[in-house]
Design a protein around this ligand. Structure first.
Ligand SMILES: Nc1ncnc2c1ncn2[C@@H]1O[C@H](COP(=O)(O)OP(=O)(O)OP(=O)(O)O)[C@@H](O)[C@H]1O
Length: 299
């Protein structure tokens, strides 16, 4: 077993147990990501691609066992940063460290351990699940990829369905036969099949009805509390992240402009952009009721 596989350090997690002072599970150091923009005015005039920084010098440290929220409006660079964190996208410059090791230098077993250990849940459940594969097959393949012996898979399938609150009969359904919320639960189950240490959930509820959003957010909270799973919750919706996160980073135009516990960020925002985000939250979460109501993770 690779030292990167050792999860003993954070299997004591949960929202009620802070992890300040622990070595970060994942660290982003001075991350910059540039894209070539061919349609820009400069590009058209000069014939050369203009470059824009979608992520501009971002540093973040995710502690084992925490629920960390990354919030910002559409286009601020959240998805780009998430994809860099899970290794789907390489940064233009900067480093991603998993358990202290630079992922760019990981090879063999250690790279596999990172690949398994950091999983992503996507916003669009239609495109993230193969429409022709029954849920049983999608999850069984993930379990097999995670190294589960064939004989253990049937029991593991039932355990996964139970963990995400889905009835086992859903195993024989195709993705289109499930509701959006059920599909998102399958997406989470597929990530859990890899037995990850960190789940990066990129806008996991934004395509769902408001009534279902709370259920999925609660499921993430439960997984954190029960399994000690570290979670990065990415959303344009400050109300969603404030609900379960112990720390929030606010992102604007590729940069982190503010970071802190939800109660502080919501009630004593330091950056004007954070105040704009708070103003956009429907009354009930932004309306000053109690800190406990807005930020249960902190209570
Ligand atoms: N492959 C790409 N090529 C060029 N520009 C891109 C590419 N992907 C993203 N961008 C640009 O980078 C910026 C950040 O995009 P990103 O998707 O990371 O933001 P976001 O906050 O996740 O927004 P959304 O929630 O709408 O996806 C945007 O201006 C976007 O247009």
């Amino acid at each position: 077993m690779s030292p990167l596989d050792d999860r003993s350090g954070e299997r004591h997690g949960g929202l009620d147990r802070p992890h300040q002072g622990a070595a970060p599970l994942l660290e982003l150091r001075d991350i910059r990501k540039e894209y070539a923009l061919r349609q820009g005015l400069l590009a058209r005039l000069t014939g050369r691609a203009e470059r824009v920084a979608a992520v501009d010098d971002v540093s973040l440290a995710i502690q084992p066992g925490e629920v960390f929220g990354l919030v910002g409006e559409s286009g601020c660079g959240k998805s780009t940063l998430s994809q860099i964190a899970v290794g789907l996208l390489a940064p233009s410059s900067g480093q991603v460290l998993y358990r202290g090791a630079d992922i760019a230098a990981l090879r063999g077993e250690a790279r596999q351990a990172y690949r398994r250990g950091v999983q992503m849940v996507f916003q669009d459940t239609h495109s993230s699940l193969n429409p022709r594969k029954r849920i049983r097959r999608a999850l069984a393949e993930a379990l097999a990829a995670s190294g589960q012996p064939r004989a253990a898979i049937p029991a593991k399938l039932l355990a996964l369905m139970d963990q995400v609150g889905l009835d086992a009969v859903m195993l024989d359904r195709l993705p289109h036969e499930l509701s959006g919320g059920q599909r998102q639960r399958v997406g989470i189950a597929r990530a859990l099949a890899m037995d990850p240490a960190l789940l990066v959930a990129d806008e996991p509820v934004s395509s769902l009805d408001v009534s279902l959003q709370g259920q999925i957010v609660n499921l993430l909270r439960e997984l954190n509390a029960r399994l000690g799973l570290t979670i990065v919750l990415v959303s344009h919706d400050l109300a969603v992240v404030a609900r379960i996160c112990q720390r929030i980073a606010v992102m604007q135009a590729g940069q982190i402009v503010e970071e802190g516990p939800p109660a502080r960020v919501l009630f004593a925002p330091e950056h004007p952009y954070t105040r704009t985000l708070i103003a956009a939250v429907p009354r009930g979460l932004a309306g000053r009721r109690s800190t406990r109501e807005v930020a249960p993770a902190e209570a």
